[in-house]
Design a protein around this ligand. Structure first.
Ligand SMILES: Cc1ncc(COP(=O)(O)O)c(C=O)c1O
Length: 489
């Protein structure tokens, strides 16, 4: 039996890391021997008065280090620890603002876990052709030389021209090429916030954004996302209360919910921001993936102040492995961002940028976009139809018009984290809602990323998930269980 730990509430170290360090210490000291049973997350959370997600995060870290092993239906056990000598690395790592460790979701036959494009749709011959044209072209030597922190000039020009045509780029704007939206978020955090500041983000949210702020000791307060995207009335109240430095918002096909803000909500958001002098960062990474319905102007185009900063990337429409994204915003902001960019990695890889430009200028990107939109539309129809057919009565799910993700809320008492083990055993994986939580926890929620799967796999995956969820629901109802079923960790 594990003696209960005491937590230091005043510490910078988050509770889940304190819990992780506590159990780890007991294992390494031999107090918890190999084979000892670790209490299920629900039980320990109850004993410690913690949220289950906090305990689960600590267990995930222990499991990723090989210190404990989870067995479906039986709980977790201490693994045999190899003798180590030398530096205790965990003790040397900085703890200030440490963010949850990324753990790769376990493989499953049908995986709804990843919001990335389908590899089998990559137009590989057209891509090879673009590479060949760049490498054999007159610019090859210049591309191999060190370049500008702003990015490869011909691609920047192309993107600026596109932006002007779409009414996004105005005379006072400039553009910086980054290593994807992720680096854009990281640079914006460095430039615009300091430890102790407060920022507003959507709840639930893409964890890569939440963690950028967690790492830097910036308080990220969540604003709920509903069917129509971020809730602007709550946003206005949070702006009053938190006096945030900035807001990051994803108006199109938000990750993880798939929600899109209607034009009136966008206009209302811009008004709230303008009245409060709040910086708005528009993450439009999914904006090009509209499969149905009419396009809605981005915040950057609707904004009259000229202050909205927009980030985009080629990761969702084309090739995430090339790591090419960009930031468009007021010239002064871009100039300072370029300084941070230079400090971080001098500039993004020019060969990737040049190949993407060739891919775009040759018309291959447009042909690829049309194909992606066609297949995306089929997959979206398939996932919405299959959710309706297979998920148990009482389930709610979003109906996105584009993007890669759909958000499911299972009826009570189903718990998406607990059921993941059974789903995996049935050959299907998804990400439970807790991965995306800022402050609201919703145990019944989960994300289905559908863009990487053809319709027949989507159908088979949801049929299997439906069986797991229905069976569990029937079992819980028959047993008269009011709360969630025993933990599977
Ligand atoms: C909302 C959101 N922002 C940013 C990123 C990071 O994208 P990139 O590959 O452009 O760095 C992702 C990737 O999944 C995302 O979903």
């Amino acid at each position: 039996m594990l003696p209960l730990p005491h937590f230091d509430e005043s510490s910078h170290e988050p509770i889940y890391r304190q819990l992780y360090a506590y159990i780890r210490g007991r294992i390494l000291s031999g107090e918890l021997a190999a084979g000892a049973r670790i209490p299920p997350t629900r039980e320990l959370a109850g004993q410690l008065g913690l949220n289950r997600a906090t305990v689960a995060s600590a267990y995930e870290m222990l499991e990723s280090e090989g210190l404990i092993r989870g067995h479906v239906g039986r709980g977790s056990f201490v693994a045999a620890v190899a003798e180590t000598a030398g530096i205790e690395w965990e003790e040397r790592f900085t703890m200030v603002g440490a963010s949850p460790r990324a753990t790769a979701p376990a493989e499953a036959e049908i995986s709804f876990t990843s919001a990335r494009p389908a590899e089998d749709l990559f137009p590989i011959n057209e891509f090879r052709q673009s590479c060949k044209e760049v490498i054999e072209g007159a610019e090859a030597s210049a591309i191999l030389q060190l370049g500008s922190p702003y990015g490869y000039a011909p691609l920047r020009e192309w993107l600026l021209e596109q932006g002007r045509r779409q009414g996004l780029v105005r005379d006072t704007d400039d553009l910086l090429i980054t290593s994807g939206c992720q680096q854009a978020l990281d640079l914006l955090q460095r430039l615009l916030t300091q430890p102790g500041d407060s920022v507003l983000i959507e709840d639930p949210i893409y964890p890569g954004l939440r963690n950028v702020f967690a790492r830097s000791d910036v308080r990220a307060a969540g604003v709920p996302v509903e069917a129509d995207g971020i809730d602007v009335e709550t946003l206005a109240r949070r702006v009053e209360r938190e006096k945030p430095r900035l807001l990051v918002v994803t108006p199109n096909f938000q990750n993880p919910t798939g929600a899109t803000m209607p034009p009136a909500a966008r206009a209302a958001l811009l008004k709230v921001a303008r009245d409060a002098g709040l910086i708005v960062v528009e993450n439009d990474i999914y904006g090009d993936l509209r499969y149905e319905g009419a396009a809605i102007p981005p915040l950057k185009a609707m904004d009259e102040s000229g202050d909205v900063i927009q980030i985009k990337s080629f990761s969702k429409l084309a090739f995430p492995g090339l790591r090419v994204g960009w930031v468009t915003g007021p010239r002064a902001v871009i100039a300072r961002l370029a300084e941070w960019k230079q400090l971080s990695d001098l500039h993004s890889d020019q060969l990737s940028q040049a190949v993407l430009l060739r891919f775009a200028e040759s018309g291959r990107l447009e042909a690829h976009r049309r194909r992606i939109l066609e297949t995306g539309a089929e997959r979206l129809r398939a996932v919405i139809g299959a959710c309706g057919r297979h998920l148990p009565p009482g389930t709610r799910f979003t109906r996105p018009q584009g993007g890669m993700n759909l958000w499911v809320r299972l009826p009570e008492p189903l718990d998406a984290s607990e059921l993941l083990g059974k789903a995996r055993a049935a050959g299907v994986a998804y990400l439970p809602g807790r991965h995306f939580a800022v402050s609201r926890t919703d145990p019944g929620s989960l994300r289905l990323s559908f863009a990487g799967l053809p319709p027949d796999r989507i159908e088979a995956g949801l049929a299997a998930l439906g069986r797991v969820f229905r069976e569990e629901l029937e079992r819980a109802l028959a047993a008269g269980i009011a709360g969630p079923a025993p933990a599977i960790v």
